[in-house]
Design a protein around this ligand. Structure first.
Ligand SMILES: Nc1ncnc2c1ncn2[C@@H]1O[C@H](COP(=O)(O)OP(=O)(O)OP(=O)(O)O)[C@@H](O)[C@H]1O
Ligand SMILES: [Mg+2]
Length: 601
């Protein structure tokens, strides 16, 4: 577990150089918000301009009027006007900033919303082979962490960067215009400032990484303890686990302390440097004043400009790192979005017409992407299931039963051979039209957060309450559901956590029936229910499946015995086929399996 956490974290903390193509692609996402985006940029420019204008007004006020204030009524009026303009400028700055921030947030949130949807939609379309080889946590961190990281930078980063760059340029311009020599004198503080900023960036970055890495470990430990709390309590591991957690926690505290120390050393240092800058202005500026090279107003404005200079320097340093991390996040999101589903509708694929349910496998050979080249998971599988027949797939664990079903549902595509439904090659039909006529109860019977009723209608949302009830009655789940707290309105916890394994399975079977599929697939569907329920389901299925092609995979013989066709699989090959009686008489693999099963009952 912790190895996974570390891999994910390294990925999340990785930085890559910024590429132009990436920027262009990111910008494309702002297209729907282009006018708001441009407005926010214009707003930033205006806000910065008005801010830089402030000290200039003060200079004017001092030089033109303040120095004459006692002697002239005109000066009094003048200073009043300047104050009014200054106030007006402040209000303008406030208004523009508020509007600009809103625009930025709107663009940023809109883009993130679009991106989250795109990622979700794409994940749903990806073929199962992608999930076979990609860690779940990794996919989730795309939709969650990576999008958040990008949001931070896109929302604020672009504007802060612009604002800082404009401020620095503007301030520099004003300082140069005021007095070149004073400017050169103040620039003495730049080398120490550059060194301090560089060092700070380097160390704070490392410190933040350490904090994140450690806090992820702590979270992972907590999560493991919550999901494994039963085992922890049953085995009396509370003290050991607490100690373990305590150790991780201590390290985190130390790392957080380190980061805070670095940060809180840098900030006062920045003040120190800007203070030195101001001291230089005062000292050297005083001399220039004596020589009448500058005015008092110039000096005052200059001090204000020096103070304005340092904020953006620090912001730009912070931003640089954040932008690099966000770029790495963006790369990973685009990589996910660029992953092509492997099973897709062929060009010219036709919708599968309403089918009768005749299924034929014709020389089908298949291996998963991760299967070694020299091995077939399914090896030249041939069979024919007539419409309405019940076909049982039997074989040891790993013999390929579920794989056959996965191919029929087109979760994967075979490397060789064809699969035909009613004589139509499924690889030439659209996936959606196939899935509409297929019902599957899998080994992992998954329920979604919501009510039982909602879950039952999952495959056919337009099914009426009566239809749902009818299906439940047929399978014998109506009574069981009736006994639950709120009947059909009972809430199902995450993944059906508040139901027993057998109840979950029964509900999944009902769910498949509500969808009224032409072909029904039950993969170990009755493994978790008791013999009584199984008999019940069996009886119901016999009625319900009369005109439906059904594939059943079960280790229990009672489910298999009545099948019209039994296919016995061994290492991916069909080694025997026939009815229960004929196979018993033949005395082969099936007869052996049968004996094994009977002994274990
Ligand atoms: N997603 C996958 N990726 C790679 N290999 C897989 C995958 N699923 C199954 N396999 C391999 O394919 C073989 C057949 O698996 P399959 O799930 O079809 O067996 P099964 O007959 O359904 O077994 P069981 O009775 O245990 O459910 C096994 O060797 C298994 O390891
Ligand atoms: Mg299986």
């Amino acid at each position: 577990m912790s190895a996974d956490v570390d891999i994910l974290l390294e990925e999340a903390l990785s930085q890559k150089p910024l590429r132009l193509a990436l920027l262009r692609r990111l910008l494309a996402w702002t297209r729907p918000y282009r006018s708001t985006f441009l407005l926010s940029i214009a707003g930033t420019a205006l806000a910065v301009t008005s801010q830089i204008f402030g000290p200039k007004l003060i200079q004017l006020g001092i030089d033109r009027y303040l120095t004459h204030i006692t002697t002239s009524a005109a000066a009094n009026r003048g200073i009043f006007i300047i104050s009014a303009i200054y106030l007006g400028n402040l209000l303008l700055n406030w208004g523009v900033t508020v509007a600009q921030v809103r625009a930025v947030v709107r663009v940023g949130q809109g883009m993130m919303n679009d991106m989250r949807l795109a990622v979700f939609q794409h994940i749903q379309r990806l073929s199962l082979s992608y999930f076979d080889k990609t860690h779940q946590g990794r996919i989730i961190s795309r939709a969650d962490y990576d999008i958040d990281a990008m949001e931070q930078v896109l929302t604020w980063g672009a504007n802060q960067l612009l604002a800082s760059a404009l401020t620095l340029t503007g301030v520099l311009f004003m300082m140069l215009r005021t007095n070149l020599r004073l400017c050169l004198a103040v620039s003495l503080v730049l080398p120490p400032l550059a060194v301090a900023t560089y060092l700070f960036q380097k160390y704070i970055m490392q410190a933040h990484r350490q904090v994140r890495r450690q806090s992820s470990r702590l979270t992972a430990s907590l999560a493991e303890n919550i999901s494994g709390v039963r085992v922890v309590q049953a085995m009396g591991r509370e003290d050991e686990n607490l100690e373990n957690y305590q150790d991780l926690n201590m390290v985190l505290t130390r790392r957080a302390y380190d980061a805070a120390r670095i940060f809180h050393t840098y900030m006062p240092s920045l003040n120190l440097v800007s203070g030195v800058g101001i001291a230089i202005v005062l000292g050297y500026g005083g001399e220039l004043l004596q020589r009448h090279e500058i005015t008092v107003g110039d000096l005052a404005a200059f001090i204000l400009y020096v103070q304005m200079f340092f904020g953006p320097v620090q912001t730009m340093g912070d931003l640089y790192n954040n932008i690099l991390s966000a770029a790495a996040s963006a790369e990973r999101i685009f990589q996910l979005l660029d992953t092509k589903p492997q099973v897709i509708d062929r060009p010219g694929a036709r919708a599968l017409a309403p089918i009768k349910g005749r299924v034929r496998f014709d020389g089908v050979s298949f291996r998963y992407e991760t299967t070694p080249e020299n091995r077939w998971i399914l090896d030249e599988v041939d069979f024919l299931a007539e419409a309405g027949q019940t076909v049982a797939l039997v074989g040891h664990t790993g013999s390929g039963k579920t794989s056959i079903i996965s191919l029929l549902a087109r979760f994967y595509e075979p490397q060789l051979g064809r699969i035909l439904i009613d004589d139509q090659d499924v690889s030439q039909t659209t996936i959606a039209s196939l899935h509409r006529q297929l019902g599957i109860v899998t080994q992992e019977n998954f329920l979604f957060t919501g009510t039982i009723f909602e879950n039952l209608r999952f495959g056919r949302p337009e099914a009426s309450a009566d239809e749902v009830r009818e299906a439940a009655k047929a399978v014998g789940t109506d009574e069981m559901i009736g006994q639950m707290k709120d009947g059909y309105a009972t809430k199902v916890g995450e993944r059906g956590g508040n139901l027993s394994a057998g109840e979950r399975q029964l509900i999944c079977i009902t769910r498949a029936l509500v969808a009224r599929p032409r072909i029904l697939i039950l993969d170990e569907a009755t493994s978790a229910v008791d013999t009584k329920s199984e008999a019940l389901i069996q009886a119901a299925l016999e009625i319900l499946l009369e005109d439906r092609t059904t594939f059943v995979i079960a280790h229990r013989l009672s489910t298999i015995r009545k099948a019209s066709l039994i296919l016995v699989l061994h290492e991916g090959r069909i080694v025997e086929r026939g009815t229960h009686e004929s196979l018993i008489t033949a005395g082969g693999v099936y007869a052996g399996l049968h004996e094994e099963f009977s002994r274990h009952r």
